[in-house]
Design a protein around this ligand. Structure first.
Ligand SMILES: CC(C)(COP(=O)(O)OP(=O)(O)OC[C@H]1O[C@@H](n2cnc3c(N)ncnc32)[C@H](O)[C@@H]1OP(=O)(O)O)[C@@H](O)C(=O)NCCC(=O)NCCS
Length: 172
């Protein structure tokens, strides 16, 4: 465990009761242009794709897994509340999301992010966006930056090593 990490933080699957706090957290980042907004309806509909981090009763972080195909999921809506960053909570959520992907038997986990260094610390590699299938971009129709996307694609393979060759990495 990292020095200074909030000891009491736990991660668990999100519940319908978490929707309002999830909405507030995501909306805060959406307003800054670093996350796509999610409506309360969309959050309610997709609540089972979210994992939340809690400090006691307080929701202090979230992340979701969006299935993009039989072997690929995307981490979306990963955010930590102000005051809790840099204490290992983001990594804990990524660990929980990776564990969930593993449980579902999905070998590739990707993200589009402005925080590539954080993902690299968590075992991801920077790759060319173009290696992912077109369906990855379904969410991009809702993004104001779709014509000038400046996010970085990262991926982590969670299958046994011998299968790692199946993806063609184009290191940036
Ligand atoms: C990016 C974010 C999720 C990271 O969560 P966090 O809880 O602050 O990160 P952690 O404390 O788990 O950091 C893990 C490691 O990554 C490093 N790290 C975290 N953010 C970093 C950054 N912006 N740049 C470089 N390194 C970073 C930490 O220093 C730490 O390194 P260490 O293992 O050597 O100590 C969080 O800062 C956040 O919510 N940002 C705003 C929303 C956002 O951009 N989300 C990403 C969308 S894909």
């Amino acid at each position: 465990m990292r020095e200074g990490m909030v000891m009491s933080v736990v991660c668990r699957p999100a519940l319908k009761e978490d929707v309002e706090a999830l909405y507030e957290l995501i909306q805060g980042y959406a307003a800054q242009g670093i996350m796509l907004p999610r409506s309360r309806e969309a959050l309610t509909r997709n609540i089972d794709t979210f994992i939340v981090a809690l400090d006691g009763e307080r929701l202090i972080g979230c992340g979701s897994l969006c299935r993009l195909g039989s072997d690929l999921v995307e981490i979306r809506s990963l955010g930590i509340a102000d005051g809790y960053k840099g204490q290992g909570v983001g990594s804990k959520l990524v660990d929980a999301l990776i564990a969930e992907a593993k449980l579902q038997g999905i070998p590739k986990v990707m993200a589009l992010t402005y925080e590539a260094a954080f993902f690299q610390k968590n075992g991801f590699r920077i790759v060319d966006k173009e290696i992912f299938p077109e369906k990855v971009w379904t969410d991009c129709v809702n993004c104001p930056k779709q014509e000038c996307c400046d996010e970085i694609a990262v991926v982590r393979i969670i299958e046994p090593a011998e299968k790692n060759e199946e993806i063609s990495f184009a290191q940036m």
